[in-house]
Design a protein around this ligand. Structure first.
Ligand code: MN
Length: 421
């Protein structure tokens, strides 16, 4: 890309002054939630060993904060969190969340983590229906839990759950209250993936305008986005454009419902399209993605950005031939940047130039008539494949995928109920 740009043969609008927000930070710190929100992917349950392996890999690649689990969930989960905290990570901060409940914070202290993100919602309807408390009661609870955590020497963050559906003045009052109680960072959570990128920018700007004017409230801001409308990555980047420095991500976009902003997408977009340092060794991203996919037992879509099997695979003759003329023709980045290799898929879209290239690479001498015949044969072989055969295989695989989900189905739940009641 660099040489094409320097030679004046390609324009990179991403680098043109005026296309970047003035609030864009120079560096961000990746806050990974794979082992917490990610594990809340329906059907996923990790063993302690798997959690440790993933946490270590996240640390190795340069993640700043690794949320390793939710101690209040169960004794087993608390053990897993404690095991990782005891083992310790070399650079990353080991974090575990707590509801704004003293017993949750205690569980985190028992587990030995260094950082505790405390979450409680700020939207009025959640306060009314879910939490059944007044705004004042919520603020008091928040203060009590943060002060308790700080007294125990923890790094404390305040996650405003449902921040994007909360009244702005109260949201900021909650942030101020948290900071006064000792919170080190605050987080804007788009808990149900509800806003547009432009709205995320508006909210971030408003929060900054109301808090950062006073030095004592100027703490780093994190963001937590969900993919219910497929906007988790866009919304996270929008927040970073307005000065957020702690994007929360999950490897492979795993997480509750439609998942969270993908680790690999956020890191690569920030590094390549914005020119921001994420602290991540991008060459290790693919191996991280594969490790997490295997332990989660949730196969990635083939076309998943950055990490899907097809992400750097060329199929059509035009594209394959284009790739041979210059690697940037049909690729935005070199696959090696994320630790991958370029692949070619042969089928009905294959072209003669590409076949000739493969023959040359394989040291096979063929006349152009033979090359044409080979090309035709490849096309035909693909086109004549029995479609019904692949449909049968597809149905079988979809059925097998259901078996991969662990947990208790509704039917099994009622079986347990009738066994006991
Ligand atoms: Mn979430």
């Amino acid at each position: 890309m660099e040489t094409l740009e320097k030679a004046g043969l390609a324009v990179n609008y991403n680098k043109i002054p005026g296309t970047k927000s003035k609030s864009l930070p120079k560096q961000v710190h990746i806050w990974d939630e794979t082992l917490r929100d990610g594990e809340q992917t329906p059907g996923v349950a990790l063993t302690i060993d798997e959690k440790i392996e993933i946490a270590k890999k996240l640390d190795e690649v340069g993640t700043a904060i690794v949320a390793v689990g939710f101690p209040a969930v169960s004794e087993e989960e608390k053990k897993a969190v404690a095991a990782i905290a005891k083992e310790g990570l070399s650079k990353a901060s080991v974090a575990a969340p707590a509801r704004a409940v003293i017993s949750d914070v205690k569980s985190c202290i028992d587990a030995g983590v260094a950082e505790v993100p405390i979450f409680i919602a700020t939207s009025d309807f959640r306060l009314k229906y879910q939490l059944r408390m007044t705004r004042q009661e919520m603020l008091e609870r928040l203060t009590e839990c943060i002060e308790y955590g700080k007294e125990h020497g923890l790094i404390i963050d305040y996650i405003a759950e449902d921040a994007t559906r909360s009244e702005m003045e109260f949201l900021c009052q909650a942030y101020r209250t948290a900071i006064e109680a000792g919170a080190d960072k605050i987080c804007i959570a788009d808990t149900v993936g509800f806003v547009r990128p432009e709205v995320m920018k508006h909210i971030t700007r408003e929060v900054k305008a109301r808090l950062w004017t006073k030095a004592k409230y100027k703490v780093p801001i994190a963001v937590h986005c969900h993919d219910d409308f497929g906007l988790a990555t866009a919304n996270t980047l929008a927040a970073v454009e307005e000065g957020v420095t702690y994007p929360q991500v999950c490897v492979n976009a795993y997480g509750e419902r439609a998942g969270n902003a993908a680790f690999e997408e956020i890191v690569m977009a920030l590094e390549e399209l914005y020119g921001i340092d994420t602290g991540i060794e991008t060459e290790k991203i693919y191996s991280l993605s594969k490790l997490v996919e295997r332990h989660f037992v949730v196969p990635l879509p083939l076309h998943k950005a950055i990490s899907g099997d097809n992400a750097f695979t060329h199929s059509s003759g035009i594209h394959s031939h284009g790739q041979l003329t210059h690697s940037m023709t049909y690729e935005p980045i070199s696959p090696s940047i994320v630790g991958r290799r370029r692949e070619f898929h042969l089928g009905k879209f294959v072209g003669r130039h590409f076949v000739e290239y493969l023959l040359k690479m394989g040291g096979v001498k063929a006349t152009s008539a033979q090359a044409r015949e080979i090309t035709e044969r490849v096309k035909k072989t693909h086109e004549e494949l029995k479609k019904t055969q692949s449909k049968v295989a597809f149905d079988k695989i979809k059925g097998d995928l259901k078996d991969l989900r662990t947990g208790v189905s509704e039917r099994e739940f009622w079986a347990i109920v009738f066994d006991i009641v």
